[in-house]
Design a protein around this ligand. Sequence first.
Ligand SMILES: [Zn+2]
Length: 531
Amino acid sequence: MPKTTSDRVYLYDSTLRDGAQARGVDFTVADKQAIARELDKLGIDYIEGGWPGANPNDDAFFAAPPTLHKSKLSAFGMTRRSGRSADNDPGLSDLLESGAKAICLVGKSWDKQVKSALGVSVGENLRMIGDSIKHVVKHKREALYDAEHFFDGYKANPEYALSCLMTAYDNGARWIVLCDTNGGSLPFEVGDIVDAVTKHIPGTHLGIHCHNDTDNAVANSLSAVQAGARQVQGTINGVGERCGNANLISVIPNLILKMGLSTGVTTEKLTHLTHVSHFLDDRLNRSPNMHAPFVGSAAFAHKGGLHVSAMAKDSTSYEHISPALVGNERTILVSDKAGKSNILDRLKQFGISVKPDDERVGELVSEVKQREKQGYAYEGAEASFELLVRRLLGTVPEYFEVLGFRVIGERRYNAKGKLVNISEATVRISIDGEEILTAAEGNGPVNALDGALRKALIGHFPLLKDIQLTDYKVRILTPDAGTKAITRVMIESRDSKGHVWNTIGISANVIDASFNALHDSVTYKLLHAKK
Ligand SMILES: [Zn+2]
């Protein structure tokens, strides 16, 4: 059992910073805000928003941070530069001006790195750490010290590595985070070293930050917790540079269900874990990893006669936990029942009460499964899901009827010899028997179509002025043998009150798919304006 007295482990997510370093990850500001909101809902204690002053994207995020109810927003940066005072360090000022309540400062703890990478004396490095932490604390922010290369530094020179930690701790850092920066450590080494550190700093002030270069980031994190550390840093689905970071989606259920520890994620929230994992994949335009532990669709799938009959007798024979604990479901045996309880759960969230034995629930389950086969992904398109449900239950009015649309794309050189792309869209709709025809130009087909559709509707529904399309994602889904490729479009919309909703459209034609997603976005806005 962990010897630290507290059973509470704090979770620190760095998806928006470390995760953004991964290949193929390119978060928009809207992505970052949406991900932060999901993490907040899940109950993550700290969300690292990025590095203020490092790039325009991070600056835009901190300039308009999402409203968080549970999580504390953290900003990442460096200790002061050598030869400057903390008061005059531009990096530290950017951090303080970001408005983040917590500030995580990375600094060196390996004497070799201090000399070779920083080119300063070991004494000056300690002063840089101490001054910077003191400065953050003086400005009433929670200070975290990220000890870069700590495990390598400790192996090379334990006294110096420890003195870096002590300097940060003595100057008021709330957390001392031990980083396995190159991801080369193994679980037993991490356990031994964290254990040694707890002789100097209580585990309730120690954090662990692991990279996955030996495929041990989760194991290393658990080992550190076992040795007493009480903060774990990681990312959703383990996204991060090189081989990734510690995967919080695995760390969290292991801490709660296997180690009996508590986190900000309650057992109720833990059932949202699968959703959060898939949500990030949808945002990244990736297919979820089917074989991901806990949350993958294969994690509790049983195939083959022997397993299935053994499962029927005792589910623990091939399942280490009940899939429902993490919001996943067993497939094969009782997929229908599990699907039903899932749908009933979602209906409750929308404020719709239906009896479990209502036959429409069964119809909904098969409709959703059918659509998922076609390529719909509702994890990242809650608004379209709600509309689907409400349409099947017969509670969405038909505000307008689309009679047709046409889009023309043109590429030409203008009078000045410059290449221009112009799209023009016409939309024909009918509202209460009145036919309306409108046209609009745009810098692309979807932009033109959006313009024409809204122009057609705005006379009857002025509130549609208050929609902004904030994100647009297209994905060509790998076709099954013999069928044509399908295009999936996801659109994020937002209104001036800060409401954000996501919709989805599917078609063989990208413009048609986009129109379907736009149609849902507008309908959703109209539906919720009525209340
Ligand atoms: Zn890292």
